[in-house]
Design a protein around this ligand. Structure first.
Ligand code: MG
Length: 360
């Protein structure tokens, strides 16, 4: 039963409404690898992996090679019922390549939940049926960012994620101006995407605090590998610091939490290698009471839906940053969680719930 017969990959291409700009890159469409896993009894699970070379080191070609050449041979012919064994086999098929592993992982969870006729978040023990996401305000000149922020608020977003990290102290003034424009009722999350040095971070964050911009958190101010620098920032500012690029694996989470290097952790399936490893971070964070954010890369509704299922299942995930589908100009999928503005409504469709035309 549920014996894996075939693992295939393809490319999905979805244009963005407007270019996505961070301190690391500019992107105008989503071009991701889609993985389809089929069992001998006709069940189909889908997964998605974005090629985020600057963060995970993966490209379209590397994701496909990792799945087809390394992971698929380890799982074909085996039953999805042997879930733990399969998950380990997929994780151990090769090192790193976390997005490739995530795509396979979510497709296997998709099949397992469908086989049990449950939406994935229910299989994971969740009861939340609705989530509220922030929306990313891309890095542009200040006037553009204020206009984008106002438009987002008009569209019902109450939480904005402001991209910064390229302008030093000017970043602080920019966020303060955005605060003045949107008013005090809107939550502002600030993401520097590793754009500042530790000392610069402290100066900028203190300037934001003094300017009354009331950011609820600052995300990954310094270089991903500079854990001491991250700790320096965390210990010298009042604003909570969220580790993103610094935390990929459960062991990264343990180090960050135990050494007080950050106050919060951003979990992304593409960094952990999927839901199975992300659950371990949830457990670790739960033990220490460290709040987590469920984040995503530039992903379409397929893999973002898998992330939404995890977020709906875990109380320790108190922040949701799953705006990928909201940034897309079109949606090639049907079924699954409904993404409408800031609101993500879970559906009762079994599995992740996403159906992709001929691929299903
Ligand atoms: Mg981030």
């Amino acid at each position: 039963m549920l014996k894996i017969k075939k693992v295939t990959t393809s490319i999905i291409s979805v244009p963005l409404k407007t270019p996505f700009k961070t301190a690391l890159r500019v992107v105008d469409s989503i071009n991701d690898v889609c993985v389809r896993i089929e069992t001998a009894d006709g069940m189909v699970g889908l997964g998605e992996a974005p090629p985020t070379a600057l963060i995970t080191g993966e490209t379209i070609d590397s994701v496909r090679a990792a799945i087809e050449g390394f992971i698929a041979p380890k799982i074909i012919g085996r039953s999805v019922m042997d879930f733990e064994d399969l998950m380990e086999a997929a994780q151990r098929a090769l090192i790193k390549n976390t997005s490739a592993k995530a795509a396979v992982d979510m497709a296997l969870y998709d099949i397992m939940a469908q086989a049990l006729n449950l939406p994935l978040y229910r299989l994971l023990g969740g009861s939340r049926t609705e989530l509220e996401s922030d929306v990313t305000i891309s890095l542009n000149d200040t006037d553009q960012m204020i206009a984008d922020s106002m438009a987002a608020v008009e569209n019902g977003f109450r939480i904005l994620k402001i991209k910064t990290g390229k302008s030093g102290l000017k970043d602080a003034y920019r966020v303060t101006e955005i605060r003045q424009a949107v008013g005090s009722a809107i939550e502002l999350r600030v993401d520097a995407n590793q754009g500042w040095t530790p000392k610069e971070s402290v100066r900028i964050i203190q300037a934001m605090e003094d300017g009354g911009c009331g950011a609820s958190l600052v995300e990954q101010p310094v270089n991903a590998h500079d854990i001491d620098g991250l700790r320096y920032v965390t210990q010298n500012t009042a604003t909570p610091i969220l580790a993103d690029e610094a935390v990929f694996s459960p062991s990264d989470a343990i180090e960050i939490i135990r050494t007080g290097a950050a106050d919060m952790i951003n979990i992304k399936l593409m960094k952990t290698g999927g839901i199975h490893e992300a659950l371990k971070i949830c457990d670790i964070a739960g033990i220490y009471g460290t709040p987590c954010m469920m984040g995503c890369m530039l992903e379409s509704r397929l893999s973002t839906a898998a992330a939404a299922h995890l977020a709906a299942a875990k109380h320790i995930i108190s922040m949701v940053d799953l705006d990928g589908p909201m940034l897309c100009a079109s949606d090639p999928f049907t079924g699954g969680p409904n993404f409408s503005g800031a609101r993500i409504k879970m559906s009762d469709d079994p599995g992740v719930g996403i159906i992709y035309g001929l691929l299903n």
